[in-house]
Design a protein around this ligand. Structure first.
Ligand SMILES: Cc1ncc(COP(=O)(O)O)c(C=O)c1O
Length: 356
């Protein structure tokens, strides 16, 4: 079986793909609403929240837009250390928000002290943090960052993009006091693209009541009105919900802690293999992603040629993102990727390096 090691979309198990072929039914029906209620209940376990999880049509970027549009009238602090946190900042600015930048270099984490200093200078309604920067393989210290916000500016809402981590690394939404946690279907949840999910706290919804121009499609209050009736304001992605239902059962059967441990073990294997072969992860120790390893290309590997070689064997990795192209490469180990896939990939990689 071919296997993708790119950081989304990832491979989808055949039984999950198959679930999408269920015949259509009215979405405003008890039959569909029962499934929808069930997927939310299971998602709450994966998000570690007891509040609510929205399951709207749209990819993750739509929920980036929902977050900034609903949860701040004006002042946002955007933590930026890679392409997707930069995108979230642009989303805020293009929605007319006054978004300030707290930056760290690409490849470096956002550190709690820097966040603390920014929060002491100005009062923000919301702070946006990308948990796992897919562009650099850096995982930001989310729990510590959340603690800083709670201590210094307790009214500031904490908005988190967990697109490439939720379901692969533990995010304790309620325990860490996060207000808005979003993800997409096509990464650690190992579903086809097309859906987003967002856990939203009660106080975030209260805040939304005070925010003007929330729009229609991504209005969290409208989504909530329909969620409590087990539906969405717009037509839901029914086929994807059926797939989600099957996939969440599989994830919960594996056990979330076991799933997180599997991702951590694969990350350790890839990152130590890189060091053993004269390369190293871009991220500093302690901030290395468990779902996507970004490796400095210190051996000058021709990534396009490597991928051609790998594709003949049914595998594919990702080049570095943006300016990091060819300087780095990325090996994703998320979703249903297992250690034997990683072993096969690294064996092939090694053969390629030996031939160089
Ligand atoms: C961290 C992060 N945020 C946001 C996005 C955008 O998500 P989507 O493509 O589902 O809109 C991505 C996509 O790769 C991502 O990795």
């Amino acid at each position: 079986m071919p296997h993708l090691f790119i950081p989304g979309p990832v491979d989808v198990d055949p039984d999950v793909m198959e679930a999408q072929t269920n015949p259509m039914m009215p979405h405003r029906s008890a039959e569909f609403e029962t499934i929808f209620r069930g997927t939310e209940a299971k998602l709450k376990q994966v998000f570690f929240t007891e509040s609510r999880v929205f399951q709207p049509p749209s990819s993750g970027t739509g929920m980036q837009e929902a977050g900034v549009r609903n949860l701040a009238q004006q002042d946002i602090l955007s933590c930026i250390n890679g392409a997707f946190s930069e995108r979230w900042h642009q989303v805020a600015v293009t929605n007319g928000k006054q978004a300030d930048r707290l930056e760290a270099a690409w490849g470096e984490p956002i550190l709690p002290d820097a966040l603390a200093a920014a929060l002491k200078q100005k009062k923000y309604e919301a702070v946006t943090i990308v948990h796992n920067e897919t562009s650099t393989g850096v995982v930001n210290p989310l729990e510590e960052l959340a603690t800083v916000v709670h201590e210094i500016s307790p009214d500031t809402l904490i908005l988190v993009d967990a697109v490439s981590s939720l379901g692969g690394m533990k995010i304790d939404t309620d325990g860490w006091g996060l207000d808005f946690v979003l993800t997409s279907s096509q990464k650690c949840l190992a579903l086809p693209p097309g859906m987003s999910f967002a856990a939203v706290s009660d106080r975030a919804l209260k805040k939304a009541e005070t925010v003007e121009n929330r729009g229609w499609y991504f209005d969290l209050l409208r989504l909530e009105k329909h969620r409590i009736k087990n539906s969405t304001p717009m037509t839901p992605t029914m086929s994807l919900i059926w797939a989600l239902d099957v996939q969440l059962d599989k994830m919960l059967a594996e056990g979330l802690e076991a799933r997180f441990a599997r991702h951590a073990a694969m990350a350790e294997r890839v990152q130590s293999w890189a060091v053993d072969h004269g390369m190293e992860p871009l991220a500093p120790e302690g901030y290395r992603s468990k779902t996507v390893s970004t490796i400095k290309n210190l051996r000058g590997v021709d990534i396009a040629a490597l991928n051609k070689f790998l594709m003949d064997k049914g595998m594919r990795i990702a080049n570095g993102y943006g300016n990091l192209k060819n300087e780095t490469f990325r090996i994703a180990h998320m979703g249903e990727t297992r250690m034997h896939h990683i072993d096969e990939l690294l064996d092939a990689f090694e053969t390629f390096i030996e031939k160089m």
